[in-house]
Design a protein around this ligand. Sequence first.
Ligand code: SAH
Ligand code: SF4
Length: 387
Amino acid sequence: MGGSIFLKVQDVQQLLEFDRTGMIEFAKGLGEKPFRATQLFRWIHQRGMQDFEHMSDLAKSLREKLSTTAFVQPLPLLAEHRSKDGVIKWLFDVGQGNAIETVYIPESDRGTLCISSQAGCAVGCTFCSTGYQGFSRNLTTAEIISQLWFAEHTLRQQQAKGDKESRVITNVVMMGMGEPLQNYTHLVPALKIMLDDHAYGLSRRRTTVSTSGVVPMIERLGLDAPVALALSLHAPTDALRDELVPLNRKYPIAQVLDACRAYLRYAPRDFVTLEYCLLDGVNDQEVHINALIDLLRPSKGANFPCKINLIPFNPFKESGLKRSTNAHIKRFSDALLDAGLVCTVRKTRGDDIDAACGQLAGDVQDRTAISARRAQGKVIPIANALT
Ligand code: SAH
Ligand code: SF4
């Protein structure tokens, strides 16, 4: 219900919706100069200010105009969970029975925020809890950036660092609920706000979009906001990837790898992270290791700089899948390293509060009937599909 505040209120504008270009346009409509928009933008994103009355360097006349034409309202918080290892998971209301999750992962040298881009996800990967829930809707730019606004300013206050502007969040990964490149229109302005020195000033290499492989949008992202790119590969052959990541049926591996290579033209000196979630007996066998090494040979598909990130599967009850054993994970990673590939194993964080990769499930009012089809057994269980 709280999410309804995000719906268009006649003539009153949610300012979290705007990147700086949008804010300048909005200010122009109020008869204000661009530098006023930048001041306003800094108050909102750098200082976390919602109340125009306290924006002391804005003229009183502008503050009055803003109070009748605009508002700054983050998503309503439904719940907060803190894990033993310092991970925090927030559940936000996005209206009409939908809720999304955001995860903060502190490390000694950085603070990473994992942000959601959709309520649910229509891709339906068989090992992902969000995929099991089906899809409700895209988040707006305001709803995407609200997650960063809330986390940054809440943590700053809690950590009471003295310096009101010192940043807590240094890295953002678009790896929460949803497929960011299926919500491109709202994603790009949100990325621009993250990167803007007048807002969060994140480095483009510390801002990552992870995608299951929406080929046409990969190249567009290179043009519009060339941040770090992660591709959810998860299988070395089309036959297996078709089952694990159903979008592969539309954009097969060769096309996706071509798009990654093209992307790096816009992000020079970068590399693409290839995510590979290790599922016991499904994609972690000798035959998969060999096929992956073959696929990533410079003479074959991935003749561009890439790093493989092995993700131990985080189980959830509906999937029927299991995490590969530690011995298997080690064997997989050693074999890739021996073949001269760059490979790391992702550390699992926050699993005691279901905040680890692929465990985010919020609340989704499925409008695609994926969950109902699964319940009726109309979606082939993964174990059967592979045999
Ligand atoms: N939709 C995007 C981003 C969100 S998922 C994508 O698929 O890339 C973020 C990462 O978590 C992806 O690499 C995804 O494959 C991985 N993931 C999903 N479910 C998982 C699970 N149960 N255990 C481990 N990783 C998982
Ligand atoms: Fe969607 Fe990513 Fe989950 Fe696949 S892994 S269902 S693309 S959120």
